[in-house]
Each structure stands twice: as C-alpha cells, then as structure tokens.
Write a protein that binds this ligand. Structure first.
Ligand SMILES: Cc1cc2nc3c(=O)[nH]c(=O)nc-3n(C[C@H](O)[C@H](O)[C@H](O)COP(=O)(O)O)c2cc1C
Length: 344
C-alpha cells in the first residue's frame, strides 16, 4: 500500500489516514485488528462490555495480529467518559486496556474527561514500561476543542459533525463547518485533527484532507463489515438505507433506558416505528415493551440501528480489510485528481 503522509499517519506509523471508530455494541477485537492490520487504525468500543468481555476482545485482536503478550497492541479502545465517572467497574475496564498495552485510548461524552486524561498519563508515568498511550478525544465544538488542546494536551483531536452515526451532541454543526472552525484555532504544534461524521468513501476523506485534517474516523462504514457485532437484520437495514432514513433522536435511549448520557447528547439512527411512537407521545412503558420484544424477535420496524448519513453510499457488507483497501485506493484517486486542478 502506498503511504499517505499526514501528521496522523506519521504519529501512528501507518500508511493510510483512516480510523475505524470505537463503537459500543459494534466494534470488537476482530474489527479493530483487521482495520489496523490493513493499514488503518482500529478501535474497540468498550461501552457496555464487562471486564471479561474486554479482555477476550483484546486477546482476540492480539491473536489476529499474531502478536505475543509482550508486544504493544496497535489498536485502541474507546471509553464513554460518563461511564468512567459513574462506575468504578468501568475504570477497571480502562485498567485492563492499559495493562494490555493498547496504543491508544479514546475518550468522549463526559463532563470530566480531563480527569481520565490525567489518569492515563499517571498510569503511564508509574508503570515504568516506557510506553506513552496516545489519547484521542472527540469533540463537537470549538470551545471543547480548545480545552482538549490547551488543558488536556490530547495527542489526537477528533471533530465529530452532526452527520455522525451513533451518539453525538445535538448542537454539533455539520462537519464542513466544524472542521474549518477548529482548524482556525488549532496551533501549529497542536495535535493532528481527524474528521468524523457521515464519511463513507475515499473521496470524502480526500476532500477533508485537502481542507487540512490529518485523517478521518469512520463508524457506519465499518458497521457494514463482516467483523462488526451488528446482526444480519441490522446489516440488511443498513445496506438498503439512504441518508434520509437517518434521524437524530433520543427515542432509542428512552426505549432501552440508557438515560445517563451528558446533557445535549442524542444519536443518529435509522428512523422507524420506535421513533415515530416516541415522537407521537405514546406511553413510554408501551414503547419500552414493544422495543424489548422487537429486539428479541429482530423486528426490523422497531429495532435500533445507529447510522450516519454516509450510509447512503454503501450497498454491501465487506470485510474490514477490504473496506480499508477500497477507501485507500479511492482516496489516492481523488488526491491525484485534486493535484491535476492546479494550473502550471
Ligand atoms: C454503532 C455506533 C456506536 C458508537 N459508539 C461510540 C462510542 O462508544 N464512543 C464514541 O466516542 N463514539 C461512538 N460512536 C461515534 C463514532 O465515534 C463516530 O463519531 C461516528 O461513527 C462517525 O460517524 P459515521 O458513523 O457517520 O462514520 C458510535 C457510532 C456508531 C455508529
């Protein structure tokens, strides 16, 4: 694979500026390992896993990458910061990732992210093993970006636009507004900036590279892989969906009772009868019963399928390796095209 040189690919020592997002309930060790193995950088989503499950996923990634227990693990793990705040067991999960020598930890969605940045830095300092765990933080405003850069000195900053699949801040601007606003305040010596939200092709990523980001984070595109935890019914819905089928909503968190997200957070998912019922004011207990039954039975009209707007452009389930290779080839094509536009 040819190399695309950005501050991010240099920092990570990888050929292609693509990150497979941490996705709670969807990205495990196989997805992360296959993405990293193909030249991108893959994350496991730790949210809602137990300690034995996270250890299994990390061991699976290590085995798939043919690494020994002594080797650092070239994948990352993403934590929901509100879970770390609330639950000591979640902090135990963070310790497990650090013990497994993952290369990066991703933090998002919490009111005390700085505390967890310090926690990871202290772990590294006291471990005596000479490893610096890279810290990725995902933000959706210039204000949050400045705190992450100046106060927490994050290693990688991720700008999440409103097009994103899964949870995000409802007030997030579209990516093409958010990215230039953050780039305008990003100091020269600041962290690499990655763009996230609604991206599913190499052309998307190439266009953002020309805007000045150092890489891109894709979630929905990697949901549509053989390795993701999504089941056949969910993948089928994604394959057929268009951007108009997605909606930002809190209906699914209400329906499944996951209500501890920080204020202002909702999520983009496929619109269906669960959202329709919540919006119409149907008694929440009825919505919950229907949702529970639908989830057990795999009823496509009511189940939860997170998806970003980029779902429109993906029409098949591939392996994660093929997705990375296809994105890279498409990116190269668009970057070469961009260079032909310059008149000599
Ligand atoms: C199913 C799913 C689960 C997600 N889980 C997390 C998570 O646990 N932590 C997090 O910071 N972001 C999470 N996200 C958001 C991603 O980090 C990323 O911002 C998003 O997927 C980018 O938008 P895209 O899906 O349109 O590519 C999730 C996204 C999806 C689709």
């Amino acid at each position: 694979m040819s190399r695309i040189r950005t501050a991010f690919t240099v920092l990570m020592d990888i050929p292609t500026p693509i990150v497979a997002a941490p996705m709670a309930g969807a990205s495990g060790g196989a997805l992360a390992a296959q993405a990293s193995g193909a030249g991108a950088f893959g994350f496991i989503g730790a949210g809602y896993l137990t300690s034995s499950q996270i250890q299994e996923e990390l061991s699976l990634a290590r085995a798939q990458l043919l690494l020994s227990d002594a080797d650092p693990l070239p994948i990352g793990v993403g934590y929901l910061a509100w879970q770390l705040d609330k639950d000591p067991a979640a902090v135990g999960l963070l310790d497990i990732s650090l013990l497994n020598r993952v290369q990066a930890i991703w933090l998002a969605f919490g009111n005390n992210i700085g505390r967890w940045v310090d926690y990871i830095r202290s772990y590294d300092a006291s471990s005596g093993r000479g490893q610096k765990t890279l810290i990725f933080v995902q933000v959706s405003s210039v204000k949050e970006a400045l705190i992450a850069i100046q106060d927490w000195k994050v290693d990688v900053l991720v700008a999440q636009g409103s097009e994103s699949g899964g949870h995000g801040y409802s007030a997030a601007p579209p990516l093409l507004t958010l990215v230039p606003s953050i780039l305008a305040v990003l100091p020269k010596e600041g962290p690499p900036l990655l763009a996230a939200g609604g991206l599913s092709t190499g052309g998307h990523v190439a266009s953002l590279l020309t805007l000045g980001v150092s890489g891109a984070v894709l979630g929905t595109r990697f949901l549509m892989t053989e390795e993701s935890f999504y089941n056949e019914v969910q993948k089928n819905i994604l394959v057929k969906a268009s951007a108009n089928d997605t909606v930002r909503t809190t209906a699914f968190d209400n329906a499944r009772g996951t209500l501890e997200w920080p204020e202002g957070v909702d999520g983009r998912a496929i619109y269906n009868k669960t959202v329709k019922d919540v919006d119409a004011g149907v008694d929440i207990e009825i919505v919950r019963d229907n949702f529970k039954r639908a989830t057990q039975e795999g009823d496509p009209d009511r189940i939860l399928v997170w998806a970003g707007t980029g779902v429109d452009l993906v029409t098949e389930i591939q392996t994660a390796q093929d997705v990375v290779r296809e994105l890279h080839a498409d990116m190269m094509k668009h970057l070469s095209f961009a260079s032909t536009l310059i008149a000599t």
